[in-house]
Design a protein around this ligand. Structure first.
Ligand code: GDP
Ligand code: IMO
Ligand code: MG
Length: 418
């Protein structure tokens, strides 16, 4: 039987997964999202033209690829319908699992109200309602995409949900949707989305059994934002790691083939929470400027810092990465010295693992010589010697083979080693 290959972020998101999924999707015919929602933002550049995706898998730019939104994704029908408008040929190219949970506007209201109440301790969520939607799923009061089939029944269920949760919603200042408006909304969502809804798990099993098509699984966010293995509570509300692809699509661990971890040549994080290698001074500003580190989804400036090899090694292990892609190497152009965290100091000791209280570590750095420019380089041999040394050191420190190096946002500006 065939296996499905997997792309996963190994830092705090925004590693450049979209670019790699788009690049690989030229040879994969099925691309699946397995978790997250429209908190994700993936920018893809082809021939200088930019496209931003949030919910639709990044395989959509290959006209031959079928793109699947799996059961583990939380789907805002409003956001999805808006995103679908960018494409006029989605028939047969977009499929949505009937088991994926729905995000409604009240989830976003809850998300934002709770963030306001947390004040200084806010998580810095995208405010899209991701956490509340997953919370409803886990507390068995969610609503699923397949329920759009019978909007009358779904509406009654949503109204019952509001009745049960009334005191909670009142305390948060979240308003009950108007009945007539809700009816219209649900019918609109049904008409727009039901043609795409399928039993995605059975579909994938058939594809795997047939063995004629290559499947690519696209993780959103990153390992350090994983609900179990990230920097809790400063995380997103899903299992972003490779294992999430099994629950989020209905695949068994044996269905997973090659795992490719995506990392930037440095680190960024958007939102609050521990980030050991963060640079607060001029070097952080330079990374942000050169890397255009402003969020695709919320436009927020991203926090920037050096590559954290301890966290990357941890992520490589937890995802079972066969290979890594190192993105945005060109952003380090012109730095005289480049730092990498090779270990942490923690409770007076030197450690090389990720403790559950990452806020209490201090990075121990090693320094590398910089280079002038790698922008647009497409061959390993054309890289300056310092850049080669840097990549080889990352391989060594993370104990993971680096198979892809990216040197500009454009699909073509990519080094594929060997
Ligand atoms: P994702 O969420 O992991 O898909 O990543 P994002 O799309 O949020 O952020 C990555 C950003 O970096 C996007 O704007 C990409 O166009 C851009 N990008 C990707 N690879 C490279 C690269 O090698 N060099 C530069 N300069 N930009 C890149
Ligand atoms: P992609 O797929 C970077 C972050 C938010 C916040 C935390 C929780 O583009 O890499 P949430 O709205 O999910 O409840 O917010 O997670 N976050 C991301 N950071 N890239 C993302 O997605 C993210 N999606 C969520 O900033 O810190
Ligand atoms: Mg992103």
């Amino acid at each position: 039987m065939m296996a499905a290959d997997l792309i996963v972020g190994i830092q705090w998101g925004d590693e450049g997964k979209g670019k790699i999924v788009d690049l690989l999707a030229q040879e994969y015919n099925i691309v699946c999202r397995y978790q997250g929602g429209h908190n994700a933002g993936h920018t893809i550049v082809v021939g200088g033209k930019k496209i931003a995706l949030h919910l639709i898998p990044s395989g959509i730019l290959n006209p031959k690829a079928v793109n699947i939104i799996g059961n583990g994704v939380v789907v805002s029908p409003e956001a999805l319908i808006e995103e679908m408008k960018q494409f006029d040929d989605l028939d047969g190219r977009l499929l949505i699992s009937d088991k994926a949970h729905l995000i409604f506007s009240y989830h976003a209201q809850i998300d934002q109200a709770k963030e306001r109440m947390r004040g200084k301790k806010a998580i810095g969520t995208t405010g899209r309602g991701i956490g509340p939607a997953y919370a409803d799923k886990v507390s068995r009061q969610g609503h699923r995409v397949g329920e759009l089939k019978d909007t009358k029944k779904l509406q009654a269920k949503i109204e019952e949900y509001f009745a049960i949760n009334e005191p909670y919603f009142k305390a948060l200042g979240v308003e009950k949707p108007d009945s007539e408006q809700l009816r219209k909304e649900l019918e609109f969502y049904r008409d727009a989305l039901m043609p795409y809804v399928i039993d995605a798990t059975n579909y994938l099993w058939d594809i795997l059994e047939l063995g004629e098509h290559k499947i690519l699984l696209e993780g959103a966010q990153g390992t350090m934002l994983d609900i179990d293995h990230g920097t809790y509570p400063y995380v997103t509300s899903s299992n972003t790691i490779a294992a999430g692809a099994c629950t989020g699509l209905g695949l068994s661990p044996k269905d997973i083939g090659k795992v490719i971890g995506i990392a930037k040549a440095y680190c960024t994080r958007v939102g609050n929470g521990p980030f050991p290698t963060e640079e607060f001074g001029l070097e952080g500003d330079k990374l942000r400027q050169q890397g255009h580190e402003f969020g695709t989804t919320t436009g927020r400036p991203r926090r920037c810092g050096w590559f954290d090899a301890v966290a990357a090694k941890y992520a490589s292990r937890i995802n079972g990465c066969d290979e890594m892609a190192i993105m945005k190497l060109d952003v380090l152009d012109g730095f005289e010295k480049i730092k990498v965290a090779s270990a942490y100091e923690y409770e007076g000791d030197r450690i090389d693992y990720v403790p559950s209280d990452l806020e209490n570590v201090t990075p121990i750095y090693i320094e590398f010589d910089g280079w002038e420019s790698v922008k647009g380089v497409r061959k390993w041999d054309d890289l300056p010697v310092e850049a080669k040394q840097y990549i080889e050191a990352l391989e060594e420190l993370t104990q993971t083979k680096i198979a892809i190096i990216s040197t500009s946002p454009d699909r073509e500006d990519t080094i594929v080693k060997n």
